[in-house]
Design a protein. Sequence first.
Length: 268
Amino acid sequence: MKRLTLLLLGLALGVTATARAQGLTMQMSNGWAFQFGGNVNAFWVFTKGNNSGPANSSVRTGLLPAFATFEARGKEGGLNLGIHFGFAPQINNPNNCHDNFAVVGCSAGGTQAGAQIDMRQVYMTVGFKDGSQILAGRELGLFSRQNILNDMTLFGVGSVGIGLAQGGGTTLGRIGYGYLYPNFDAQVTYSTKPGQAQFSIGLFQPSVLNSGGYTFTKVPRFEGEFTYSQKSGKNSYMFWVGGLWQTTSNAATGGTSVRHRRHQGRHV
C-alpha cells in the first residue's frame, strides 16, 4: 500500500518536537510552581492501495494525539511534591463524520462531542532527598515502555486504513505491528534517582482474561524496569530490561489460576 503524508506547517518536523519541551511556568510566592505545556499535530494523509486499489485522503491526528499538560510542584516537609494532569485530545471526528452530511455510522446527536479526549495521565509524585520518588496514579506502564519512548516514528504518522476503517483515534504505526503496548495504567511505582542507571518497580491494576472466565484478580500486577545509559563521544547508548508478573483466577475462592510472566530487553 502506497502512502503519501504531507505535514501541515511543518508541525511534526520541528514545532511538535520542541513544543513538548516548552511551556509556561508560573512561580508562586509560597514556593510552588505551576506549569503548562503541550503540542498540537495535524497531518494530511493520502493512502492508495496497490494494483488500482481504493484511495483515501484525510486530515487527522498522527501517531500521537495532541497534548495539554498541567503540573504543579512544590516542597512540603522536606519532600518534593508534584501533581500532573495530561489531556490528549484528537483533531479528527470518529468515522469521518461531519455535521453537514448524512454519513452512515454518525451519531444523530452530532459529531462535535465525538472527537476523543484521552485522559492519559493523572498522577502525583513524592520525591525524597536521595532523588528517588514514588508515583501514584495513571501513567505509562513500566514493562516495554522504552520501545515506545525511544521510537523515532513517535512524532510521525503510523498505519491508517481507508474510509471508515480509519476510525477516530491515533494512527498507531510500528507500535501496532510488533510492539507490546504498555498502556496508561493505574499504578503505584517507586523509582531510584534518575541518572546513568535507574531501577523502577511498581504495583499495577491487573488485567482480566474474559476468555475462560479468568476475571478474578486477587493481587496486583507487578512490573519492573532497569535502564543503563552511557555516552561515548557523539554517540549515546542505552540498555534496558523489564518484566511483569500477574496471576488471575476463574473463581473468587479456589478455582484455577493462570500466571503471566514476561521479560524483555534491548540495546539502542
